[in-house]
Design a protein around this ligand. Sequence first.
Ligand SMILES: [Zn+2]
Length: 467
Amino acid sequence: MTLRLHDTATRSTRDFVPLQPGRASIYVCGATVQSAPHIGHIRSGVSFDVLQRWLLASGYEVTFVRNVTDIDDKILAKAVEEGRPWWAVAAHYERAFAEAYRILGCLPPTIEPRATGHVPAMIVLMRRLIDAGHAYGSDGDVYFDVASFPEYGALSGQRIADMQPAEDADPNARKRDPRDFALWKGSKPGEPGWETPWGVGRPGWHLECSAMAGEYLGSSFDIHGGGLDLIFPHHENEIAQSRAVGDGFAQYWLHNAWVTTAGEKMSKSLGNSLLVTEVVKRVRPVELRFYLAGAHYRSAMEFSDEALADAAAGYRRLEGFIRRAVERLGDAGAVAQLPEAFVAAMDDDLGVPAALAVLHEAVSEGNRMLADPTSADAGLLTVLASVRRMLGVLGVDPLDPQWSQEGGSDAAHAALDVLVTELLADRQAARAARDFTSADTIRDELKSAGILIEDTPAGPRWSLEGA
Ligand SMILES: [Zn+2]
């Protein structure tokens, strides 16, 4: 069985053949740190975390680079709006993203380079592009000469002749052709800048990714990832910058689809309700991860609270099996072979939905064993280990310390969960009997003990105040 990946550049699903046997090098475009992450942002993080975990599970040694765009027009605008320095804005939101990746269980990248730390590499790349006749300086700016690179447009399936002016075009642009894009922008008064042979300025977004990918992964590497919206112009421009100087650049291009609301890409107009920090008040982080990882990475996800609650309830069923099985057998660990059908699903362009079907089938079998007092422990143990291994590959094994210690120490949390769950059941019973006084008393008692109750579509959830 070979891993096959859908490559946007060739519009085909093809065997993954790494440049170096046994090693996989990945560059993923990270956040432009100008606002707090919503679940659309973090879907990209989770999608490529599943890729990384699957490569690791398949025995690859993985180098994973995910950059931070910490200088950008939007960051400068936000700094004005918030009345603080641009670097304070960037640092603040970089931490917000780091925290979101962490609470969703994304493995840390091998390195997370910041654009502002790589200006020398960008200067070298601009010098190479200018020397090769693919770029030109113009009154403090530096532009890529799109017409000099006939392959331009291949990734996004466009012909240069049909192209509209580049999005960054401003009326004062000093470019020769409206389709040329900025590699470097001369600083306006009051803007930050770095000294270069072409004047004081700041990096264009596209240039920084080519420079940082080259810095850490060399002139050629295996996989470049990012959201679907980055194909054009961002990734098209990265290809132009790197290939024009003879670098091989990425061998495979992977793009994750959006989280949509009402069919549209998630936007700021939705307010704060879909910020990661808000959503994890409605479901646990592991449930949000399960929801985001559960769809195929190339399928659009139409967000709804119902779909999120369904995913959370589905996860709790899997979790319930594991907890009951562990109660009977003790913690058996997760060392098991992955089922062939699971491997085949994941090898088929990371087919998580098909992999989850294998997982659900195993859990159904395990539940049958649990219900049957005559079933042998050995069979249950095999199922338990296999289920945990599969969940581990997706980064959602409930017994992984990342999740089992949510909200405090494992044992204390588990003990509290038993007590609170019992009280919540009493409260539900009181409500069902229309005895609202008793139901409210239970809620108040929990509250006075610092335990908050929230009624969600998937049932009541408790959390520790201030946790
Ligand atoms: Zn990029």
